[in-house]
Design a binder for this molecule. Structure first.
Ligand code: AMP
Ligand code: ZN
Length: 112
């Protein structure tokens, strides 16, 4: 198994845990782009949202739900962003599906 995030989820590569349950594992991004930058990844290896199948719909919703719960625990009452970079043009660099929770500062739009 060569997937970086699978190794983080199984614990063979260290990470800073933020939230976890039977479906997902959330941990601090190693290169934070904002005061709060957390990655929410499914325990199951799915390469990207583009590779998700019909049976993954509940899992996909769970990742967003978890991101919103973490935002509450981090006090992001002014708002935040949940982002799923997908594929080369989408800027995805780790091929294990994850949702970025970014917040704690005013975020600009559109993204680069
Ligand atoms: P993406 O570019 O959307 O695929 O996001 C991958 C994210 O993983 C980037 O924000 C990286 O900073 C982050 N990252 C890479 N390696 C690690 C690691 N070992 N621990 C935590 N975050 C990581
Ligand atoms: Zn993986």
């Amino acid at each position: 198994m060569s997937c970086l995030f699978c190794k983080i989820i199984e614990g063979s590569i260290p990470s800073t845990p933020v939230f976890q349950d039977e479906v997902c594992y959330a941990f601090a991004d190693i290169h934070p782009q904002a005061p709060v930058h957390v990655l929410v990844a499914p325990r199951q290896h799915i390469t990207s949202v583009d590779q998700a199948v019909e049976d993954d719909q509940k899992l996909l919703g769970h990742l967003l739900w978890a991101g919103a719960q973490i935002a509450k625990t981090k006090g992001l009452w002014k708002g935040y962003r949940l982002v799923v970079n997908t594929g080369e043009d989408g800027g995805q660099t780790v091929d294990h599906l994850h949702v970025h929770l970014v917040g704690g500062r005013s975020l600009t739009w559109p993204p680069g």
